[in-house]
Ligand binder design. Sequence first.
Ligand code: EPZ
Length: 417
Amino acid sequence: MSCYHIRGGRPLEGRLTVQGAKNSALPILAATLLAPGESVIENCPHLSDVDAALAILKGLGCRVWRQGDTVGVDASVLAGAEISRELMEEMRSSVVFLGAMLARMGRAALTYPGGCELGPRPIDLHLAALRTLGADIREENGLLRCTGRHMAGGEISLTIPSVGATENAMLAACGCPGVTRISGAAREPEIEDLQGFLQAMGADIQGAGTSTVIIRGGAPLRPARYRVMGDRIAAATYLCAAAAAGGQVALTGVDPEHLRAVLTALEQAGCSVQTGPGEIALTSGGCLCAVPPVVTEPYPGFPTDAQAIFMAALAGGRGVTLFRENIFESRYGHVAQLRAMGADIQVEGREAIVTGAGGLHGADVRGGDLRGAAALVVAGVAARGETRVTGLAHIRRGYDGLDVGLRALGADITETD
Ligand code: EPZ
């Protein structure tokens, strides 16, 4: 079984351009279904989740190609409107294809995405939003059969600012004649990136990044060329590694505003952070100090996807920090593995109390989910001694060469069998 072999405790130095954003690329790839013709997506990261999205598009009849960080999708001729069970299980966020399939083909069949390592992953808000637009959705034996022959714009009110439900509603509304208003929408930067691509396709859509998105749908759309924004969580990962190990790094290709809450927390932990257009520089003496409670919230609050990563950075520091995970039910899978590296972390329901151990030691640890596995790599880079991290399949879902990026910043990390 392959693993990352890390010799930790060295400061990080260097510059790195951050990968394209996984959570932008996936809904944008789904949106390519909305128009016949070839769309070209630049800065598309090499990820297993992107591979799964491309497999779904091919399964629907699209012709897809990749050249470096550029991906092409020709959705001229679609055949079939079904996503296989194995592809749905490979990537639960493929539910976002539902809105695009209804908008383009008026029908869709896919299996219920089901829960994952983070807890239940309900899609009730997705289905309610699509039903508001006139979709007929029947759930039978874990299969969702959807038809939307006569969909029309409507008023969608999301009780939770769900990223996926907002994206599904945006995509479906593009195919619905009339005005759709999505209130209570998620405000994540990835939603704005999706809006940017849809506008490039000719969609009349405004408001992404605020709680109200308005779409005037029904007009034919055209394929477009679009560059995916930088991945704010990948950026947070490299910054937390440098913060914990000490050193001086500079990241390019990501908007500092997209991870302001994380940058503020890193400054509170003792790092010096400078930002400019598309650039973040961080200097750290290592051994971080405690910070005010870290409470995960919808954007622009502290992102749930950075919770494990930041916890790993603080675990080897000093002082006591309270974490509260408000978004997902069970997102502390990384705690037991961090304890194996000497971390002192007490978990009580959605709260975790981290008491800095004044440095962690290397260990053989296993990642159980995407960001939890990345957190173990962050801890290993800062820890004294050698760490082996298994569970790389989780990491490959969301990081385009995490080991390569960290080596570029001076970490001693190699992938071994
Ligand atoms: C997106 O997941 C991201 N994934 C997640 O990133 C991210 O953690 C999450 O948003 C929150 O920011 C992608 O964009 C591909 P939600 P999503 O719907 O859309 C509840 C990563 O590490 N909910 O915003 O699935 C849900 O249970 C991944 O890159 C309902 O109750 O998240 C959760 O508690 C992990 N009913 C909360 O809303 C619904 O119909 C937020 O979930 C939908 C969601």
